[in-house]
Design a protein around this ligand. Structure first.
Ligand code: IPD
Ligand code: CA
Ligand code: CA
Ligand code: CA
Length: 262
């Protein structure tokens, strides 16, 4: 019962946050940069994160919160209930395109993913899963994922990883791209994760994500029988930045054995 209650509140707040984001389209954004000139944040990212934190603190004062914009808690252990919040995932798209971004909220208990919610604000599509209770797009049931192989697969991957970079030997990635049916890159990890969950793409690989980028998406993918790990096939940890590799069953093993670990 308690998780149903948390889920109801979380979805309601995500929808309310979506209304705030949509109404920002007609206002001038206040844009600043963080770690470098291309790492942007807006007043809306910050306002939306603060909105969630205020709601959670009032309703569930025992819960802890990790948010990208830093208004939550410092997290050094996974005990208890933790909310991982990315107020806008795909900020560059939000600024440049006013589409292809999402709100991402993952809720964990003792390190185990319990609720994942990703809201594609512009399309008004709310993806959610509760552990063991199935996954939905706007209350419509999402079917489980079937096995596939590289030759039939569309892989979500950013072009950066197929060029010289410091995170992976790109010569492992090039043959994967050559053998796959196609590749896509959407610029929002949360959306790319739900695209794997819904079968729009078959796998998604990123060499570096933060816990708030993948926390919700991996819960939804796993609920549908997809497999989530880092690029070495190891379990993800919500306390650490890491590579993320998510795929349909069968395909995950094939990409790991034939490409990433080769
Ligand atoms: C970013 C997006 C992007 C991914 C970056 C993330 P943000 O999140 O998910 O797709 O490649 O690594 O930082 O900063 O827009 O929330
Ligand atoms: Ca960001
Ligand atoms: Ca993000
Ligand atoms: Ca963000």
């Amino acid at each position: 019962m308690e998780w149903e209650n948390i889920n109801t509140y979380a979805k309601q707040w995500v929808k309310e946050a979506g209304v705030k984001i949509r109404s920002s389209f007609s206002t001038a954004l206040n844009i600043s940069s963080k770690s470098n000139a291309n790492d942007l944040v807006t007043n809306i990212d910050r306002d939306v994160e603060k909105f969630f934190i205020e709601k959670i603190r009032k309703t569930f004062p025992q819960h802890r919160i990790l948010g990208e914009e830093g208004f939550g808690d410092e997290l050094d252990h996974t005990n208890g209930v933790v909310w991982l919040i990315d107020p806008i995932d795909g900020t560059l798209n939000f600024i440049h395109q006013q589409r292809n971004f999402a709100i991402s909220v993952g809720i964990y208990e003792n390190g185990i993913g319990m609720i994942g919610i990703i809201y594609d604000v512009v399309h008004n599509e709310l993806y959610c899963a509760m552990k063991g209770k199935g996954a939905f797009i706007n209350e419509q049931h999402i079917p489980s994922l079937n096995e596939t192989n590289v030759h039939k697969a569309i892989i979500g991957i950013n072009a950066t990883w197929a060029t010289e970079n410091k995170r992976i030997d790109y010569r492992k990635i090039v043959p994967l791209i050559q053998n796959a049916r196609g590749t896509r890159s959407y610029g929002s990890a949360a959306l790319e994760l739900v695209y794997v969950a819904t079968g729009r793409i078959d796998a998604y690989i990123s060499m570096r994500l933060s816990p708030w980028d993948f926390a919700a998406g991996v819960i939804i993918v796993e609920e549908l029988g997809g497999v989530a790990s880092n690029i070495l096939g190891e379990k993800l940890n919500i306390l650490e930045k890491s590579s993320v590799f998510v795929a349909k069953p069968g395909l995950h093993q094939e990409i790991l054995n034939q490409y990433l670990l080769k």
